[in-house]
Design a protein around this ligand. Structure first.
Ligand code: NAD
Length: 308
């Protein structure tokens, strides 16, 4: 297998001043990409701003002979994002890779959470990712080439106590990926989700010390690099951490069909185990896959012919 390279490719990595984003930016640059190192330079909960971290990653890239520029856009600010994309286009004339990684935490139980904190976290993770991907989109379409990664989390995919805002925003990455994958396919734009688990300042106080070394951000970046490579898959959720890689998928069970007078809450309760039975579960291709399945089930149960 030939080496994965990014020569003549331009990549944007958001939140690239520290942690996972820094590791991704360095990994891309080491394999030839020109990198926009975006970072607002905030603390873990999104407060304060500083350009120091982004500038120091740019220095690291330049020191290894690479090309990079820093930009301090707040990803949740559409105008600032447009300015960043315009600067990248002025300098390098294309954008091939968009790694949405910037993020903050404002954890509290739902009972104690102010809606402002809910909104803020959704703004940075979900709206921020959409802002950056949206600004790159027409460029990638015109180039007929684009690779987009959205950063999710096990918190969104599986749940984590105290993270209703963060988990909701991270689960939304799955929905955004599904649609962008479909809409981007004809222009060779591939869209994937990375679900990392790493020892960074975001998780510093949550991980046992011995696990921190194993979970270094650099153990995840090879997976990210594959997701934005020329032969990347699309519509994949790649779990990554400490060198482990796995795919998360959404399946639907075969289920049951209740027709007419049979369709009662009691019947749903009585057949709940059958509804949940994973035997014969399937991945559905798109939203209408579900609609079609249910309409065909009902037609069959009623002895009707439905050509679909
Ligand atoms: P980190 O706190 O080390 O780094 C996040 C970076 O994002 C910081 O440099 C910060 O300044 C920047 N940032 C925050 N808000 C921004 C904004 N509005 N605009 C631009 N930059 C902004 O975090 P990390 O652990 O490296 O996490 C990176 C991504 O991975 C995040 O999206 C996070 O939610 C996700 N993630 C991390 C873990 C983990 O275990 N560390 C697990 C699951 C998901």
């Amino acid at each position: 297998m030939s080496d994965i390279r990014f020569d003549n490719r331009v990549a944007i990595v958001t939140g690239a001043g520290v942690g996972l984003g820094r590791s991704h930016a360095l990994g891309l640059a080491a394999r030839g990409a020109k990198v926009v190192v975006n970072d607002l330079g905030v603390s873990r909960d999104g407060t304060g701003t500083s350009s120091d971290a982004a500038l120091s990653v740019v220095d690291e890239i330049k020191a290894m002979g690479g090309e990079a520029m820093a930009h301090g856009a707040d990803v949740s600010d559409d105008d600032a994002v447009k300015d960043m994309i315009a600067e990248a286009m002025d300098a390098w004339g294309r954008i091939d890779i968009c790694v949405n990684n910037a993020g903050i935490l404002m954890d509290k139980t739902f009972a104690k959470m102010e809606m402002a904190a809910f909104r803020k976290v959704v703004d940075v993770h979900l709206i921020g990712s959409a802002n950056v991907a949206h600004a790159c989109w027409p460029i990638m379409r015109a180039q007929k080439y684009g690779r987009v990664v959205l950063t999710s989390s096990a918190s969104g995919l599986y749940g984590n106590f105290g993270q209703s805002n963060y988990g909701a925003a991270k689960a939304a990455m799955l929905g955004l990926m599904n649609i962008l994958h479909m809409e981007g396919a004809r222009d060779n734009i591939r869209v994937n989700v990375l679900a990392p688990t790493a020892a960074t300042r975001m998780t510093a106080d949550l991980l046992p010390e011995a696990a921190q070394e194993l979970l270094a951000p650099e153990t995840i970046t090879p997976g990210l690099l594959y997701l934005v490579s020329e032969d990347a898959p699309s519509q994949m959720i790649l779990g990554a951490g400490a060198g482990s890689y796995a795919e998360t998928r959404v399946y639907e069970t075969q289920g049951i069909t209740l027709i007419g007078g049979e369709n009662t809450p009691e019947a749903v309760a009585a057949r709940f185990e059958e509804i949940r039975d994973p035997h014969d579960q399937q991945q559905l291709g798109d939203a209408f896959g579900q609609t079609k399945k249910y309409a065909l089930n009902a037609a069959k149960a009623k002895g009707l012919k439905l050509d679909w």
